[in-house]
Design a protein around this ligand. Structure first.
Ligand SMILES: N[C@@H](CCC(=O)N[C@@H](CS)C(=O)NCC(=O)O)C(=O)O
Length: 233
């Protein structure tokens, strides 16, 4: 299977064009896909997209991911056996679950419920926690006016409350089954209290269920592995 028709392979050549190609960086959005691939045990070839060198703005990367964001993939063995290019982590997770019949419940109603929580992460937790990061860890932390920071902190708190209530009496977001909804959500929770250091600001200690599930998530061998892929130089 040749992937030559994808311009991205000029900058990141595929050594194993028969394997799923992952273009990413170990950020909370990036690791969603490496964790899913590790959980599924699919053969894949990770490529590092370095923000230090603005790789995400290169024409080769934009040819696959026009919104200049990681993660993105090419699956050489997509629907109908043809290569499938895809960006947006939620779409990729859903695709991988459909392709393998794993990481999402088989029952149709429960699948839609999983999709609902995946969308809750994509539209709520990701963007809002990301803004907390900007105002607490990055350039926004030096802004004198703390109202924007406070707005996103209180929204993050509210979202954690929604997740906390959902996890009451459940092992994972969908109950006993570990799904793409967990894979989408917990890298962001980990990042909020870890890398961003916003645990105290959002009152993380009061979210006992979220803390419990975060610990269980991080303890999974596939999660441990996926969090480091693609390896930074
Ligand atoms: N909704 C997108 C968001 C992806 C995203 O924000 N990726 C960040 C890293 S976590 C990125 O690539 N940023 C590079 C940039 O904005 O230039 C997804 O879930 O795939």
């Amino acid at each position: 299977m040749s992937l030559d028709r994808f311009p991205i392979t000029r900058k990141w050549p595929a050594k194993h064009p028969d394997r799923l190609q992952l273009y990413s960086l170990p950020t909370p959005n990036g690791v969603k896909v490496s964790i899913a691939l590790e959980e599924l045990g699919l053969a894949y070839e990770p490529h590092l997209v370095s923000f230090d060198t603005h790789d995400q703005m290169s024409p080769e990367f934009l040819s696959l991911s026009p919104n200049n964001k990681i993660p993105a993939i090419i699956d050489p063995d997509g629907p109908g056996g043809r290569p499938l290019p895809l960006f947006e982590s939620g779409a990729i997770l859903y695709y991988l679950a459909e392709k393998t019949g794993r990481l999402a419940p088989r029952d149709a109603a429960a699948r839609y419920e999983t999709l609902q929580w995946l969308m809750f992460q994509m539209g709520g937790i990701g963007p809002m926690f990301g803004q907390v990061g900007f105002f607490v860890k990055f350039a926004g932390k030096d802004f004198e006016d703390k109202r924007p920071r406070d707005r996103y902190v209180s929204e993050a708190k509210r979202l954690l409350g929604v997740l906390e209530r959902r996890l009451e009496g459940r092992h994972w977001i969908m109950g006993d089954e570990f799904t793409i909804a967990d894979i989408a959500t917990f890298p962001w929770v980990r990042n909020l209290v870890g890398f961003y250091g916003a645990g105290e600001l959002v009152g993380f200690s009061q979210f006992a269920n979220v803390r419990r599930v975060l610990d269980a998530f991080i303890a999974r061998p596939a999660v441990k592995a996926g969090l480091e892929i693609p390896r930074r130089p």
